[in-house]
Design a protein around this ligand. Sequence first.
Ligand code: SF4
Length: 245
Amino acid sequence: MDDGLPPIKGFLPTSLIEWEGRLSCALFLPGCNFRCPFCHASDLVLRPDELEDVALGTVIEHLRANRGWVDGVVVSGGEATVHPGLPALLGVLHEHVGGVKLDTNGSRPEVVAELIEAGLVNAVAMDVKAPLDDRYSAVAGVPVDPEAIRATIALLRSRGIEHEFRTTVVPGLHTARDMVDIARELGPSETLVLQQFAPLNCIDPAYGELLPFTRDQLRDMASAATEFVSRCRLRGEAFARGHTR
Ligand code: SF4
């Protein structure tokens, strides 16, 4: 773009889900350096030029009109950190809202560090897609250095910034044991959110035919993972250590 800001390809005016505890709006930026086969944002990742741009002015007007109500903006994707103009966009948003949360796949720790350092993000939600070993690349659909993911996890832990880790649980890619391994990696002071896989508009169309895990299967995974983190949340249900459902 001429102004150097990344294009906005999707806008959710209000949400209570995107940033727990806040009424927020969400922006979706195009492109991603991963190709998770189960990703349901396939248009945003693979064909962003076919999507209409959302004018930044529309977002700002919405924030002005809802000042006092909407108290956060979630910047999601795709993968927002692939855009060199992201810091400038976050700077503009900060002029109009009380807080900005970044959703990231955690593959670019140096970018996340710069954004935190510059005070441009108030919270981060990071995907942890698999245990941090050779399983990671298969789930991400591209070669991934698990050390980069580990570095972003360490960064979020050490900076005292509000954060959560989340995993989309996909049959054929994940087992219950994987959730335990992820939780063990995160450690006892962290929150892990398990998200249900949605077989819709997937990057790999074969995933559109998959049957997601049942709610009970996800509950059992969350319950097992809870032993190694402080809380394991499963859309609307929380499992705390020492708590049995
Ligand atoms: S699910 Fe994977 S491919 Fe899709 S936006 Fe997230 S990191 Fe990128």
